[in-house]
Structure formats: C-alpha cells, structure tokens
Design a protein around this ligand. Structure first.
Ligand code: HEM
Length: 96
C-alpha cells in the first residue's frame, strides 16, 4: 500500500503538471487506464478511489482544502478517470 500511494501521488503530480500540455498527457493516461484492466480494476472502482482521495486531501490539508481546491481536484480526477476508462475501453496500447 505504501508503494501504491507513492505511485498514485507521483502520477497525480505528473497529471497536474501536465495540464497545460494535454496532447502529451492524454495518450499516457489512456495507456495507464488500459494497464488497469490487467490490475482487475472495474469502472465502478474509480468512484471509490475518488472518495478516498478527497477524504485524504481534506484531512491532510485542513483549512487549505477550500471549496475551490476541492472542486479543482474533483474536476482533475474526473478527467483523469474518464480518460483512463476511455483508454481501457478502447484497449489503448503502448504508443496509442
Ligand atoms: C486517477 C486514477 C488513478 C491513477 C492516476 C492511478 C495510477 C496508478 C499508477 C501510476 C500505477 C502504477 C502502475 C502503472 O503505471 O501501470 C497504478 C497501479 C495500480 N492501480 Fe491505479 N490509478 C488510478 C486508479 C485506480 C483505481 C480506481 C484502482 C482500483 C481500486 C487502482 C488500482 C491499481 C492497482 C491494483 C495497481 C497495481 C498495483 C501493483 O501491482 O503494483 N487504480 N495506478
């Protein structure tokens, strides 16, 4: 779980930094989604992870977790999850 948390946060950092460079980011996120099929991840699991992420951010950031900050995370996570599921559904391969 410890390693898993690091991987998730590294990917989220990459995603947030890549928001201004979507052409590069989207294929990487689609491939990530396709790999998640092999990890046994189903579309409904994305909501569970979203809830866990928001819960963690709320407790970690305290007062800094303003409604605007929460909304920004909801939007970014939603785009990531949708792009991953799109990649999973289309069987995005490396380089696709
Ligand atoms: C925005 C959402 C998510 C992001 C950014 C994310 C990111 C990652 C990354 C970067 C990895 C490392 C392996 C790789 O690059 O292929 C990984 C692995 C994994 N993820 Fe996710 N993930 C997300 C959602 C989920 C969800 C919804 C589940 C299911 C509850 C999940 C379960 C797993 C599992 C089981 C692994 C493999 C662990 C291992 O064997 O090392 N992930 N994820």
């Amino acid at each position: 779980m410890k390693e898993q948390k690091i991987k998730l946060m590294q990917m989220l950092t990459t995603a947030v930094k890549g928001l201004d460079n979507l052409e590069t980011l989207v294929p990487v996120v689609r491939q990530l989604g396709a790999r998640h099929i092999g990890y046994g991840v189903k579309p409904e699991h994305y909501g569970t992870v979203a809830a866990a992420l928001l819960w963690t951010l709320e407790r970690g950031l305290g007062d800094a977790f303003t409604p605007e900050t929460k909304e920004a995370w909801v939007v970014v996570y939603g785009i990531l999850a949708a792009t991953m599921q799109e990649g999973a559904a289309s069987g995005a391969a490396a380089g696709a």
